[in-house]
Ligand binder design. Structure first.
Ligand code: S3P
Length: 448
């Protein structure tokens, strides 16, 4: 079943060398946050390079429903006329966040300390995902949530009329949970303190500081202690969204596994809380040059020159997981073409993403003839060497954009074509994936 209209099966065939320039779209995490922080500032925030993927469009629609004026001026160029912290109005209808866990969890956070009620839902994938991880800390502020069993959507959140500040240690490494708490803390008086034992992506902290909130991050032996002073007046900003390292991962990894490839991927964020895949690929022996390092839109970026070459399986350091949490599916494709075994431990969180990504990758790789092992927290891929993957199967994507793109990349270097049952979820994060890959020389076509 597709959550985005009719299912679109797609096939990838073995391709010649991939060459040329791959300009990937804006960062999904930063795009969501630019719209949300813009809606909570007083006045007009201007955004360039916004990712116009379905997830972000759903967040734009939600911000309008809470009273912000959100306008598109041209490709990636948007403005948000914000209503200020505590200035949201109660939405007249259910907020549908589509496929986006980031959208729904951050928006729950930013309305939970305002006296209003909102009901949230999403597609069949999002309705399976746990929301208790955000509604538990939001209840400490005084909010209540009523959802389906297991804390699933649809869910109604009643915001706290008299919120109190919170001190909270996140039980899982999750930037969504951290961000929901910080967003809720904005409209609580006094200091909200969030402690994360393992550092996760820091876009919310950076953006809070940029929009003029008082936020202090202290690195301690217990982890990062983030202190936010509530009820600031957020000042509107100009936000230039850098290119998404999680989207860049697909052409980069394609070039690493398709023989003879040589591509250039400009302006990819190298934020240390996001670059775990790139460190891992280099550890595997990947030929990647990080050229012209610089700052863009407050983020470190570099241009990547990526060439095909031999790769060796490794044991991925588990402490790296938060900085590459979305990249394990495509890493397991690279691992299938490496010599030797790649061991990915400490990745239990993959089971509650857009799909159970350990299961989806293990089943699809097995169907394509790649030996794998898995347990609750681990995926092990036994590499078959360059060009050594048999392929010749259809992978189920379970409404998960990253599973769809990963198997299409697998098919570009497998002996036999690889199909996916539904490529339609790709529009959530990388709407130009197919034409971009085709321009590099990838053979992708609708399946029969
Ligand atoms: C995101 C955080 C991560 C990541 C997701 C985007 C964010 O989720 O998987 O794609 O923008 O905060 P978790 O917070 O669940 O780890």
């Amino acid at each position: 079943m597709s959550g985005h209209g009719t299912a679109q099966p797609m096939t990838a065939r073995r391709s010649g060398p991939l060459t040329g320039r791959a300009e990937v779209p804006g960062d999904k995490s930063i795009s969501h946050r630019a719209l949300i922080f813009g809606a909570m500032a007083v006045g007009e925030t201007r955004i360039t390079g916004l990712l116009e993927g379905q997830d972000v469009l759903d967040t734009a629609r939600a911000m309008r429903a809470f009273g912000a004026e959100v306008t598109r001026h041209g490709e990636g160029a948007w403005s948000v006329h914000g209503v200020g912290v505590g200035g949201f109005s109660e939405p007249a209808d259910v907020i549908d966040c589509g496929n986006s866990g980031t959208g729904v969890r951050l928006i729950m956070g930013c309305m939970a300390t305002t006296a209003m009620t909102a009901t949230f839902t999403g597609d069949a994938s999002l309705r399976k995902r746990p929301m208790g991880r955000v509604t538990d800390p939001l209840s400490l502020f005084g909010a209540s949530a009523y959802g389906r069993s297991g804390g699933r959507l649809p869910m109604t959140v009643v915001g706290a009329a008299n919120p109190v500040p919170v001190r909270y240690t996140t039980p899982v490494a999750s930037a969504q949970v951290k961000s929901a708490v910080l967003l809720a803390g904005l409209n609580a008086p006094g200091e909200t303190v969030l402690i994360e034992r393992e550092p996760t992506r820091d876009h919310s902290e950076r953006m809070l500081a940029g929009f003029g909130a008082r936020v202090h991050v202290e690195k301690t032996p217990e982890g990062n202690v983030i202190t936010l002073t509530g009820q600031p007046e957020l000042r509107p900003q100009t936000v230039a969204v850098p290119r998404d390292p999680s989207s860049a991962a697909f052409p980069v990894c394609a070039a690493l596994v398709v023989e003879g490839s040589d591509i250039f991927v400009p302006g990819v964020s190298q934020n240390l809380t996001r670059n775990g895949l790139y460190l891992t690929l280099v550890d595997m022996g990947a030929d990647i040059l990080f050229e012209n390092p610089r700052q863009e839109g407050g983020e470190p970026v570099a241009d990547l020159r990526v060439r095909f070459g031999p790769l060796t399986g490794i044991e991925v350091p588990p402490e790296r997981a938060p900085s590459m949490i979305d990249e394990y599916p495509i890493l397991s494709v690279v691992a299938a073409f490496a010599e030797g075994t790649t061991v990915m431990r400490g990745i239990r969180e993959l089971r509650v993403k857009e799909s159970d990504r350990i299961d989806a990758m293990a089943r699809g790789l097995e169907a394509c003839g790649v030996p794998v092992e898995e347990d609750e927290d681990t995926l092990i891929v036994h590499g078959m060497g360059p060009g050594g993957v048999p392929g010749g199967a259809t992978a189920r994507t379970h409404l998960d954009h990253r599973i769809a793109m990963s198997f299409l990349i697998l098919g570009l270097a497998s002996k036999q074509p690889v199909s996916v049952d539904d490529a339609s979820p790709i529009i959530t994060s990388f709407p130009v994936f197919t034409p971009l890959m085709a321009r590099l020389g990838a053979h992708l076509e609708p399946a029969q």
